[in-house]
Write a protein that binds this ligand. Structure first.
Ligand SMILES: Nc1ncnc2c1ncn2[C@@H]1O[C@H](COP(=O)(O)OP(=O)(O)OP(=O)(O)O)[C@@H](O)[C@H]1O
Ligand SMILES: [Mg+2]
Length: 238
């Protein structure tokens, strides 16, 4: 049984039909990349899983249970957590307060210890009393991931975690995420930074205009420069 299985998922914003019969599967403890150009529907796919899209149809199974009709809170309580593209740090709260708030709003399972987050993200330990608004983009991203992680996710959805980050921070984040995924967490990650996604993942899905375009292993994808050019307009370093 897969941890997550999407079957014939259609997604809509008002009258705009965005996702078309999307299929996707993530097994337990797997890291899967969801790739595609700007506007391909990556964020919308993650929102269809968390229930934050206005309307979705089709089958979305989490641990064998259909969650397609569940509310946003019900899905979150099942330990499905999204780190959104826009990070949504509380600017007037400190790093520590941001983490405490996230810990205290955790339902459906025991949260993790906030101190554990400082072990995983040492950069945040030094910034405990800093306000969210004073953090760099990289620090905000670390905090955003830590806020999701403190809620003890079973399935972690990461929406373009490297967007706008300096290369040195991207390297730090990669190391941290590698540690996280070696724990008992299943991950679906969207990225424009294909190299980053390929480093972390075992398999990938490429979507184009809200439809499945390709899926397979990362090793297969690395040999398919045609796909990378066609759907992602990138070359991948060896
Ligand atoms: N709130 C919205 N209302 C209407 N259309 C939307 C909304 N959000 C996104 N869209 C449209 O849905 C399509 C898919 O957008 P989505 O944000 O899922 O793409 P994406 O793959 O995440 O792109 P990006 O790489 O830019 O983040 C795009 O055509 C976009 O314009
Ligand atoms: Mg997006």
């Amino acid at each position: 049984m897969s941890t997550l299985e999407l079957e014939d998922v259609n997604g809509y914003y008002g009258n705009s039909h965005i996702l078309y019969d999307l299929d996707l599967q993530v097994d337990q403890n797997e890291v899967v990349a969801l790739l595609g150009r700007n506007g391909a529907g990556k964020t919308t796919t993650l929102r269809s899983i968390t229930g934050t899209i206005p309307r979705r149809e089709g089958r979305i199974e989490f641990r064998g249970e259909n969650i397609a009709d569940d509310s946003v809170d019900e899905i979150s309580n099942k330990r499905v957590k999204l780190v959104p593209e826009e990070r949504r740090i509380f600017p007037t709260l400190t790093v520590h307060e941001n983490l405490l708030l996230s810990r205290d709003s955790c339902k459906g399972t025991e949260p993790r210890d906030v101190e554990e987050m400082y072990d995983i993200f040492p950069i945040l330990d030094d910034l405990r009393e800093n306000n969210g608004r004073n953090l760099s983009g990289g620090e905000q991203q670390m905090l955003s991931v830590a806020r999701a992680l403190v809620q003890n996710p079973d399935l972690l959805l990461l929406d373009e975690p490297t967007e706008g980050l300096a290369p040195v921070i991207v390297d730090d984040l990669e190391e941290i995420l590698e540690d996280i995924v070696s724990e008992d967490v299943t991950v679906l990650i969207t990225e424009q930074n294909v190299e980053f996604a390929l480093e972390l993942s075992e398999r990938a899905y490429i979507i184009e205009s809200g439809e499945n375009a390709w899926d397979g292993t990362i090793d297969e994808l690395r040999d398919r420069e045609d796909l990378l050019e066609k759907y992602l307009s990138v070359g991948v370093e060896e």
